[in-house]
Ligand binder design. Structure first.
Ligand code: 5AD
Length: 440
């Protein structure tokens, strides 16, 4: 019998992408082969996101016409994984009757059993229990990038921000043992990975369940001690748990990248309070001052939500003034989307879709100018970059990132892939830099 093939499409955050790598590893162990061609897959999986309504709609429309969207074989089994699966549960089968399998984000450890049931011909196999004291410890992983690897260090969230589904989709916070994390990093180093990205919904809330490593900053130090790993990143920290010790580790440890993504969501204290963010504008800005005051220049990025219920023009201007003050290297900005089950779902005083759109455009244009100004100043400077792949703009060029996570496209030979090289910046746009290799 020919080997069965699977295809996974992943939506959403890095956590989801990494979950897909673990699911893929599990399927390979079960005897499946991965394929990039959805039309030849026997098993078609969609790993979904539920952060905004739009993400849901996209998946539902894909499911509505599996044949059209994926050119799928008529007898291909279809599985829905991830956060939308977790939230919707049984309801999916009514909305998309062609789905054979629904697996929530806390049930991946059961994938072998669930897939076997689907193979045996069971229809509508489902597991969305929140088996909450467990993490998905997958021993086999099929990693997408040969140079940089994601590592889960914690999962879930206890913060219950008023706008956010994560505590419902991912369950409560639980941390992975420090010793497990370190042995995974050691294995990755021996396999030749250059970079690791420590992942968690509130990554800096990590606590060693074994009590061996004292803090998240301590974990960063331990990871940095492992030979062979040149770059260590982490995402996303919550501002409230962002302690000076983390900045100290970045300052004193060259392999811990000088880059922090610190989601602020809004620049207005009253909005932050209604969002239940647990910090004021001033408290957030004090953390930023700490990050920006060090000897090592640390790049900063953030997430912003525009048009949260009750956000006035004045509140919005507070967000613009925060951007002007911090001068982030990049931002990720979205219109607020009401999510069933969250506290803010019931809030009145909503901002119209049109006004949300207007604010988003103003915000993004404001930030674009900041980025152009910042990037213009980098022309002539030299950076070490890890060469990650081909440039998206011009396939003849290569693309790499600086330790500050800035993208540089430059002409170079494919043999450089996976290496660290020194590049001089020769040009810029708002979102990336152009460069040339420095020959010594
Ligand atoms: N609407 C819009 N954006 C949201 N985010 C989370 N929930 C919502 C929502 N309901 C954004 C936040 C978060 C990022 C991952 O997604 O900015 O930091």
């Amino acid at each position: 019998m020919a080997q069965k093939k699977f295809f996974i499409e992943t939506f959403g955050c890095q956590m989801n992408h990494h979950d897909s790598e673990k699911v893929a590893g599990t399927l390979v162990q079960m005897g499946y082969a991965p394929t990039d061609d959805s039309s030849e897959a026997d098993l078609l999986l969609l790993n979904t996101c539920n952060i905004r309504e739009k993400a849901n709609q996209k998946v539902l429309s894909r499911l509505g016409s599996i044949q059209k969207s994926y050119g799928a074989k008529s007898d291909a089994k279809v599985g829905l994984l991830g956060c939308m699966a977790q939230m919707e549960g049984e309801k999916i089968f009514a909305k998309a009757p062609n789905v054979d399998l629904v697996v929530g984000s806390s049930s991946y450890s059961f994938i072998p059993r669930l897939i076997n049931q689907v193979e045996e011909g069971m229809r509508h196999v489902i597991d969305v229990t929140q088996d909450t004291d467990r993490l998905f410890e997958a021993y086999a992983q099929s990693r997408e990038n040969p140079y940089k690897a994601y590592i889960t260090i914690m999962e879930g969230c206890n913060r219950y921000c008023a706008f956010c589904v994560v505590p419902y989709t991912r369950g409560p916070e639980r941390s992975r043992a420090g010793s497990h994390i370190l042995s995974e990093v050691r294995r990755l180093a021996s396999e030749g990975y250059q970079e690791v990205m420590l992942l968690g919904q509130t990554v800096n809330s990590w606590r060693d369940p074994a009590g061996e490593i004292s803090s998240f900053a301590g974990l960063l130090r331990e990871v940095a001690r492992i030979n062979g790993i040149h770059r260590i990143r982490f995402t996303s920290p919550h501002p409230s748990d962002f302690h000076p010790e983390i900045v100290e580790v970045i300052e004193t440890t060259p392999t811990v990248c000088n880059q922090v993504h610190l989601p602020v969501q809004s620049g207005s204290t009253p909005v932050l309070q209604r969002m239940k963010r647990d910090y004021t504008r001033e408290e957030y800005l004090r953390k930023v001052a700490l990050i920006q005051s060090g000897k090592r220049e640390i790049a900063l990025s953030t997430d912003i939500i525009v048009g949260f219920p009750g956000e006035t023009q004045e509140d919005f201007e507070q967000t613009l003034s925060l951007l002007a003050q911090v001068r982030y290297d990049s931002i990720f900005s979205l219109k607020y989307s009401p999510r069933p089950g969250t506290e803010a779902y019931a809030f009145g005083d909503t901002v119209t879709e049109e006004e949300q759109g207007r604010r988003l455009m103003v915000l993004q244009e404001f930030q674009r100018k900041i980025q152009l100004e910042r990037n213009a100043r980098l022309v002539g400077r030299e950076f070490e970059i890890l060469v990650e792949g081909r440039s998206q703009r011009d396939a003849k060029d290569l693309m790499g990132r600086t330790t500050q996570n800035k993208i540089i496209n430059f002409p170079g030979r494919p043999e450089l892939l996976g290496n660290c090289v020194q590049v001089r910046v020769t040009g810029f746009s708002a979102h990336s830099l152009q460069g040339e290799i420095v020959s010594h």
